[in-house]
Design a protein around this ligand. Sequence first.
Ligand code: XUL
Ligand code: CO
Length: 440
Amino acid sequence: MTYFNIDKVAYEGPTSTNPLSFKYYNPDEKIGDKTMKEHLRFSVAYWHTFTADLSDPFGTGTAQRDWDDLDEMDKAKARVDAIFEFMDKTGIEYFCFHDVDIAPEGRTLAETNANLDVITDLIKDKMAETGKKLLWNTANNFTHERFVHGAATSSHADVFAYAAAKVKKSLEIAKKLNAENFVFWGGREGYESLLNTDMKLELDNLARFFKMAKAYADEIGFTGQFLIEPKPKEPTSHQYDTDVATAHAFLQKYDLDGFFKFNIEANHATLAGHTFQHELRYARDNGMLGSVDANQGHPLLGWDTDEFPSDVYETTLAMYEILKNGGLNPGGLNFDAKPRRTSFTQEDLVLTHIVGMDAFALGLRVAHKMIEDCFFEDLVDKKYASYKEGLGAKIVNDATSFEELEQHALQLGDIQLESDHLEVIKSRINQYILTINNEG
Ligand code: XUL
Ligand code: CO
């Protein structure tokens, strides 16, 4: 059975108007010392692309999928075939999933685990056949009603245990399928109201949960990178992993920062009131940038719309941070993104991924050129030049004191400051974006 009645998507270059071709993503072309494929490490998200029906809080699903009418287990099997065909045709090398995306939940945990065993056997065979790889998997500890008060931060110890059992199974799957990372998104790890919440106990328990997860990973020999995916709100009004800085402080407090990095999602950054670049930069500066959930929010909607990334300005600045990070490996760019509810055909799954891949490929081309030209580096060097010598150098070398600084300040006349010319910087970025293909 064929699910996507198309040829493999080919690179046709920036003048092509064929929606089923790449305009900027040329997988084997070298950008600097790596191919585009090696830089970008694209991944398809099982939940949006193969499980979701495109429903929203006000309307039912609109997605038209070949597997819609099958019973649950056959549906799960069809999706395995479909995702591997999809990866073959789009040239995407990686995929990601939650436990509940790949196999139906049974009436008991044991039944759920048995379903997972059947489907992960199929996935393992397909991986061996095709060479496709698992970027990360995770446990969905937020959808089922048992997680209404949280999972690792639930007010009920039985729920804590159930969540632990699901992560345990998911770590075993990660090991079985050689996942390169393992993600924790705290979907219900937060609160609706502090009025009846023991925040300290919940956070202590969350740390205990992570420590036990790490201990179990070590016990079974799973060596993939652990990642936390911050998000400030939605579904709860306050989520504990609000943003990178907050989650980093949590990890440091509980001595967990040595074995975690961050999976940064663009739309979560904007929900937190940050730019995507801010979150990437904060993580990079702290040696914590692990992986990316590539999407974008809608500027007029205040929720997690998970749109496919198309904004080249954003992808350029993101790729700048990623290149300066030395890449994301073993992380990647996972399309945690879904077609709009109005883009409901199966072909839209391919079309939307092409859009996202091209947006990041173009961002990579521009960011690489800017780094070659030391564009941002020169701006920043010039702006902070006063810390390179004299008293400034003493400040950054921790070699001065308030007494000496006061002496210096007392002798100062008018301080000469320089304009940032920020608008000119933005105009230069436009030039980079608009001329990149002329420059090759
Ligand atoms: C939710 C979200 C999740 C995580 C994995 O906003 O981003 O899909 O990526 O649980
Ligand atoms: Co995500």
